[in-house]
Design a protein. Structure first.
Lengths: 684, 232
């Protein structure tokens, strides 16, 4: 038996106080396997110990929410007996260490979260953030991440329909790879993870278990330092072909009545899946680890429980359905093994070569997981910057400024990226990448799901509350611009080290702003993920609460809009107030070389009013093209519409007291540009 | 028209082509699992796109040895029309029904975009509803679409007018700039000698409906239905 020394405890990322808690729960010293299980379950990645108190502040309910946060993914009602299942999740740390596999397995993981709940995935999105374009690692990371995302999604045959790519030096040592999957299920056929039925078989399906990814969750819960390259073996290797088979086999089995509970093996693999299933079901689970399909010989119980090998699922089946289920998985050439039973002990018991090698009471392992109210400080609100001050020393013709902005790495065409993603497979992509929101038709119907991801980290760092509000509002706006009714969001909270009060202050502020906006816009959070410790040698990333929004279009034939100009001679109109706010704008950064001032504020009442008007105009057929105004302001929005439609435009800047450049490039919120054949009808 | 779509482990455009066939034919195609060598009597066999066997080893190499493929080859040799799209084209070359190979794209990247194609011949059941020289726009989505064959084979394909589609620009000029993947002679699709087997990298099933942004793929399926309506 290994004696557990303080060094071993520290290597497992547990603090001395946390280890005291382990000793109390176990009633004595744990063995190494038990310690490993506590370690991953109590890692930041799995336990949300620093963020839980804050996440509770987000609104999570609405009449159309079927399942909010806490399951594998959120579920909302989209009518006609259908539900939309979606979530976004980060794979930041692994993608920095090994970009192709890190990004690929990020996609694989989020796909499993969605089809575990009974949904067929219909679209992938991603929110990517890289370091400075001229940083020596950026090119390698961008290339690897993009081909990894494509490599996985393309092979699965799930279209990757859009996302965002941004650059900032703060991500030089910590890139962000946030992957989102949207699926469609029958609303009355959603699958959950609570185990039930004492004596029922617990079944392992999918790939075999290897030594890859051991302690991946712990790695993802620590800062990087110069030795992080040595962590490459903790990155998993993806096999999208096996996942495609797993998807089809699971959906085939889900069409029967055999499954009581199902949970994918993601972070912390067999450990977190079994603990979650038994905890939610209020039961125990006993495994015979000798029966786990293994890729290599000589694996220990510790390795088997902590492996993060991909493309695996755990299920509890109804008695008597085992043979039928086995036949389905064998047809798809996947492993199928009954590795244990549901028990009435509330304990996780592991047998190995006939001996008990682990015996942990599950309720305290989950309920007594550490939860911290970390100290935080509210950041100083930045001094606001008037348009006159912002423009001091700037003398540039508007169209020259436009040329510079359109070539900015944060605004230029992303075609190079999305052409590497199959964005048309499944035959339902009715709005392709490059617009405000992607739209995927609900197969066999006239309905469309509009999907977007948004966040403006340069706003969040200046004023986290305003930045949190803006991220939600922009997602809502992008869905609206496509004609959709925004329904719900998933969030991916990417921040630095939560043990630093200023980082927790950013987190708290972003949550506050998001909560306000979600409440005001009836746009609840139904799922999400938190990624902390995005720091290298003490330098953190910009606070990045990425928002994935989903909305519904009742009839893609009549209620949908796209950004490209539709016909020559139409009138171009701006909706929303143009005040000329240049603080934290792309114009100020790209032309003035300054990232200063307060970000634009979001007036949530005006946001709602303008959005509701735009949606009404789209549905009544009064406008023919629609685009929201965001990075780069009004002139950039018009230029993007012209490029998308293959036409030119002649515009007058909106009237106002602000200088011309401020009115053209200011980033005032809550605005849209629309075109109309009959502008009088729109103004009415 | 009775048609069958062969489904391999890793096929992922099977449903897309099922929808296109259903829309044109008004009846459901048979979705036939690769492991079942007993292929029903059908008028058309479609080998769909995707990543059969994950494209591991070499695109299409493993699927070409699936139990059903012996039967597909026999039917093709007996004159039954066989359409291979994308991974299906790769499988048909690996199965020996079509000459040449599909190598990795010259740009070394997966590429998904609409391309312009010039219809090179219309004397086949697949292309009868197009006009010779017509420029059609349908998407590609592949990593290995770079058609290669030795010079003698290429000369034969040219001489026997077995090139069905070529990548071209919007005006129909067959140029290097319009070639997305480095294919020899800008080849996007070829026929076998008897002209009843077509392999093509672009996906006609993906633009066969206006809601998806175009209908240039639709005549292929409509033409097949017309040609095969009265077949056995």
């Amino acid at each position: 038996m290994n004696a557990i020394t303080p060094e071993i405890v520290a290597e497992h990322g547990l603090s001395p106080e946390e280890y005291e808690r382990v000793l109390r729960i176990m009633g004595g010293e744990p063995n190494l396997t038990e310690l490993g299980i506590f370690s991953v379950m109590w890692s930041e990645h799995c336990s949300y110990k620093s963020s839980k108190v804050w996440l509770k502040k987000l609104p999570t309910s609405a009449p159309w929410v079927i399942c909010g946060p806490g399951e594998n993914a959120g579920v909302i009602d989209i009518g006609d007996g259908k539900a939309c299942v979606f979530k976004m999740e980060s794979h930041n740390h692994p993608s920095f260490i090994e970009p192709y596999q890190g990004a690929a397995t990020g996609v694989g993981g989020i796909l499993r979260d969605v089809f575990t709940m009974g949904a067929r995935p219909v679209a992938n999105m991603n929110a990517l953030r890289f370091g400075a374009p001229d940083h020596p690692k950026t090119r390698h990371l961008v290339g690897g991440v993009v081909s990894g995302i494509g490599g996985y999604g393309n092979c699965m045959g799930i279209p990757t329909v859009g996302g965002e790519v941004n650059f900032d030096p703060s991500y030089n040592g910590n890139i962000l790879v946030n992957a989102m999957t949207v699926g469609v299920a029958d609303a009355d056929r959603i699958f959950y993870s609570a185990a039930a039925g004492i004596g029922n078989a617990v079944v392992y399906v999918g790939s075999k278990t290897g030594r890859d990814g051991i302690h991946g969750a712990t790695m993802a819960s620590a800062e990087f330092d110069d030795a992080s390259e040595d962590k490459r073996p903790t990155v998993q290797v993806g096999d999208p072909f096996t996942e495609k088979l797993l998807l089809e086999a699971c959906l085939e089995l889900m069409a029967t009545d055999a499954i009581i509970a199902i949970q994918d093996m993601g972070a912390a693999g067999l450990t977190s899946s079994s603990v979650e299933m038994s905890d939610k079901g209020g039961v125990g689970i006993e495994f015979d680890l000798d029966r786990v399909p293994m890729r290599e010989n000589g694996m220990t119980p510790y390795e088997i429980m902590l492996s993060e090998s991909q493309e695996r699922m755990l299920m509890v089946l109804k008695p008597g359905r085992e043979d039928m289920a086995r036949a389905i998985f064998e047809k798809w050439e996947l492993d199928f093994a009954i590795i244990g039973r549901v028990t009435d002990t509330n304990r996780l018991v592991l047998k190995w070569h006939g001996e008990t090698v682990c015996d942990i009471p599950v309720p305290p392992l989950v309920a007594e997981a550490p939860e911290y109210e970390r100290p935080w400080v509210r950041p100083e609100p930045p001094a606001s910057l008037s348009a006159e001050d912002a423009l001091a020393g700037i003398d540039i013709a508007p169209l020259d400024a436009l040329r510079t902005l359109m070539a900015d790495p944060d605004l230029c065409s992303r075609r190079w990226v999305w052409e590497q993603y199959d964005h048309m497979v499944m035959g339902d992509t009715v709005q392709r990448p490059g617009g405000d929101a992607a739209v995927v038709r609900v197969h066999g119907t006239k309905r469309g799901l509009a999907i977007t991801t948004d966040c403006t980290p340069r706003y969040c760092v200046a004023d986290p509350i305003e930045g949190g509000r803006q991220a939600v509002a922009e997602a809502w706006r992008n869905l609206t611009a496509a004609g959709a009714t925004p329904l719900a969001v998933t969030d991916n909270m990417n921040f630095g080290n939560p043990e630093r009060p200023e980082i927790m202050g950013q987190f708290a502020g972003c949550i506050e702003g998001m909560a306000e906006a979600c409440t005001a816009l009836d746009f609840p959070v139904v799922s999400g993920n938190v990624s902390l410790y995005n720091e290298t040698n003490g330098a953190g990333i910009l606070p990045t609460p990425a928002i994935g929004g989903v909305g519904l279009i009742d009839d893609i034939g009549t209620d949908m809009a796209s950004p490209g100009f539709a016909a020559e001679g139409e009138t171009i109109l701006a909706i929303g107030e143009t005040a000329g706010h240049l603080g934290r704008s792309l114009f100020l950064r790209a032309i003035g070389g300054r990232d200063e001032g307060a970000p634009p504020s979001v007036d949530l009442a005006a946001e709602r009013r303008n959005g509701d008007l735009v949606r009404t105009l789209i549905r009544s057929g009064s406008v023919s093209a629609c685009h929201d105004v965001s990075d780069g302001g009004l002139l950039v929005a018009v230029a993007e519409m012209a490029l998308a439609g293959g036409m030119g435009a002649e515009i007058d800047a909106p009237d106002g007291p602000a200088p011309l450049l401020a009115r053209l490039f200011g980033e005032d919120q809550g605005r849209y540009v629309v075109t109309a054949a009959d502008p009088v009808a729109v103004r009415a | 028209m009775k048609s069958a779509v062969i489904v391999f482990p890793g096929s992922n455009c099977d449903r897309d082509v099922q929808v296109a066939l259903r829309d044109s034919a008004g009846s459901e195609p048979i979705m036939h699992w690769h492991g079942d060598a007993n292929l029903p009597d059908v008028d058309l066999i479609v080998v769909p796109g995707g990543f059969s066997y994950g494209d591991y080893l070499r695109s299409g190499a493993m699927a070409a040895h699936s139990p059903v493929m012996r039967e597909v080859v026999a039917r093709a040799n007996a004159g039954v029309p066989v359409l291979g799209i994308c991974n299906g084209f790769q499988i048909l070359t690996e199965a020996g029904l079509l000459p040449g190979v599909l190598m990795r794209n010259a740009g070394l990247k997966f590429l998904c975009r609409d391309v312009d194609l010039r219809v090179e011949c219309t004397d086949t059941v697949f292309t009868r509803d197009y006009i010779e020289g017509q420029i059609i726009r349908i998407p590609i989505a592949h990593n290995e679409g770079n058609y290669f064959a030795d010079d003698e084979t290429l000369m034969r394909l040219e001489g026997e007018r077995r090139i069905a589609f070529r990548y071209c620009d919007a005006e129909g000029n067959v140029t290097a700039a319009a070639n997305p993947n480095g294919s020899a002679h800008n080849i996007a699709g070829i026929l076998n000698e008897a002209r009843n087997v077509l392999g093509m990298m672009p996906h006609p099933e993906r633009l066969a409906e206006a809601a998806l942004g175009g209908t240039d793929g639709r005549p292929m399926f409509d033409g097949l239905v017309e040609a095969l309506a009265d077949a056995a």
